[in-house]
Design a protein around this ligand. Structure first.
Ligand SMILES: Cc1cc2nc3c(=O)[nH]c(=O)nc-3n(C[C@H](O)[C@H](O)[C@H](O)COP(=O)(O)O)c2cc1C
Length: 151
């Protein structure tokens, strides 16, 4: 059981980092090997081949996803490398979750058309301040991806 969290944030030690760490720690507790990596625009994402689950995380700045993540989708083999992978996504923003569902989540979903998305979550105004939210999301991901694997 392994997973990688792909993310980009303009801050270090901000909400995105904190939520990534909480999700990662919960998956590790359940026996999943977890790595995290940033998303430079021109990297070779062939290494995703090694992972069963890819979690893609982006904060929202100025109504947009993180610029490096957007550029990675446009300029690298990220989309190609995600084919056949189980994918979970989450956004981190300052506004209400409902607004984010219509304004920001489609920006990510459109870039993942045809991919196997197993779980999605928005950590906005309400969810960001609930320390239990990332743990619940990690459990949802675990159930969907790993819990029913044959031994
Ligand atoms: C420059 C800037 C622009 C932002 N723009 C938006 C926005 O358009 N919509 C929104 O919901 N939140 C916005 N936010 C709030 C961030 O999404 C929120 O603070 C999030 O936690 C940032 O992630 P980070 O803490 O990992 O950097 C903005 C924050 C900053 C600093």
């Amino acid at each position: 059981m392994n997973a990688i969290i792909l993310y980009d944030a303009l801050t270090s030690g901000g909400s995105t980092d904190r939520i990534i760490d909480a999700i990662g720690e919960e998956l590790v507790k359940k026996g999943v090997y977890v790595e995290k990596a940033k998303t430079p625009p021109r990297a070779d994402y062939g290494f995703l081949d090694e992972f069963e689950l890819v979690i893609i995380a982006s904060p929202v700045y100025n109504f947009n996803l993180s610029p490096n993540l957007v550029a990675a989708f446009a300029q690298s083999n990220l989309s190609e490398s995600l084919k056949g992978k189980k994918i979970a996504t989450f956004l981190v923003c300052g506004g209400p979750e409902l607004t984010a569902e219509f304004l920001y989540m489609p920006q990510l979903s459109l870039r993942l058309i045809g991919q196997n998305i197993v779980a999605q979550k928005i950590f906005g105004l309400t969810e960001k301040s609930n320390p239990q939210s990332p743990i619940t999301f990690a459990n949802e991901i675990y159930q969907k991806v790993f819990a029913e694997l044959p031994l």
